[in-house]
Design a protein around this ligand. Structure first.
Ligand code: AP5
Length: 219
C-alpha cells in the first residue's frame, strides 16, 4: 500500500500511521518528524526549517521536495509507505506525482482526516510525545499510566513548541490556505478517501482499512 495521510494538524495522522505501520510493515514517512530530528541535531536542514516550524508556517517547497526525493528512494519504501504530512502544497503534490511517475510507482489512496477546529485545538494542546521513542499520548484522551513517563519505553514525555494554542490556530489557517486545496486535487484524480477523524482511534483505523480496500488488498 502506498498512501498519503492528508488533514489538519492534530487530526490523528501520526497516531494512525504508527498503528498501520505496525500492522502492515509499511514505511511511515513523517516530514514533521524528519524536520524535528534535524532541528534537534542542528543540521543545516534543521537550521533552515526551525523558524518556519516555530511560527506555524510551512518550510519552503524546494527544501521539502529535495528531502523527500531521497527518502522515497530508500529500501524500506519498496514494500509500501504512508506519507504523513507530505504533500502539503500544490507544488509539493506536483513534485510527488512526477517523482512517483519516474519511479513507476502508483499512489493507491489519499486518506483525508476530517475533523473540526475545536477538536484539533483540544487534541494538540493536550498532546504529549515521548522524547525517546516518539510514542504519542494525550493528557486526557490517551494518558500514560505514570504521569510524564512513556508506557512503551520509560522515556520522558514533552510538549511540542508548536502545540501552544496561538501557534495551533496559525497552523490551522496555513492548512486551510495552502493544504486544503489538495482535497480537490486528489478528488479529481479519483483517489481521495474521506474518514471521520473525530471518532475514537479504533473507529478511525477501521474506517481507514475498510475505505482503502480489504485487508487482503492492503497486505
Ligand atoms: P507535522 O509534524 O507534520 O505536524 P501536523 O501536520 O501539523 O500534524 P501533527 O503532528 O500536529 O498532528 P497529527 O495529525 O499527526 O496528530 P497526532 O496523531 O499527533 O508538521 C510540523 C511542522 O513541520 C509544520 O507546521 C511545518 O512547519 C513543517 N512541515 C512538515 N511537513 C511539511 C511539508 N510537507 N511542507 C512544509 N512544511 C512542513 O494526534 C494529535 C493528538 O490527538 C495526540 O495527543 C493524540 O493522542 C490525540 N488523538 C489522535 N487521534 C485521536 C482520536 N481518534 N481520538 C482522541 N484523541 C486522538
Amino acid at each position: 500500500m502506498r498512501c498519503v495521510f492528508l488533514g489538519p494538524p492534530g487530526a490523528g495522522k501520526g497516531t494512525q500511521a504508527a498503528v498501520l505501520r505496525e500492522k502492515r510493515s509499511l514505511a511511515h514517512i513523517s516530514t514533521g518528524d524528519i524536520l524535528r530530528d534535524n532541528v534537534k541535531k542542528g543540521t543545516d536542514l534543521g537550521k533552515q526549517a526551525k523558524e518556519f516550524m516555530d511560527s506555524g508556517g510551512l518550510v519552503p517547497d524546494e527544501v521539502i521536495v529535495s528531502m523527500m526525493k531521497g527518502r522515497l528512494q530508500e529500501p524500506d519504501c519498496s514494500s509500501g509507505f504512508i506519507l504523513d504530512g507530505f504533500p502539503r502544497t500544490a507544488p509539493q503534490a506536483e513534485a510527488l506525482g512526477a517523482l512517483l511517475k519516474e519511479m513507476q510507482i502508483p499512489l493507491d489512496a489519499v486518506i483525508l482526516f476530517d475533523v473540526s477546529d475545536d477538536v484539533v485545538i483540544q487534541r494538540l494542546t493536550g498532546r504529549r510525545i515521548c522524547r525517546s521513542c516518539g510514542a504519542i499520548y494525550h493528557a486526557v484522551n490517551r494518558p500514560p499510566k505514570v504521569d510524564g513517563v512513556c508506557d512503551a519505553c520509560g522515556g520522558a514525555l514533552y510538549q511540542r513548541d508548536d502545540d501552544s494554542e496561538d501557534v495551533v490556530k496559525k497552523r490551522l489557517e496555513v492548512y486551510k490556505e495552502q493544504t486544503r486545496p489538495l482535497v480537490d486535487y486528489y478528488e479529481k484524480r479519483g483517489i481521495l478517501v474521506r474518514v471521520d477523524a473525530g471518532k475514537s482511534g479504533e473507529e478511525v483505523i477501521s474506517s481507514i482499512e475498510s475505505a482503502a480496500g480489504s485487508e487482503h488488498d492492503l497486505a
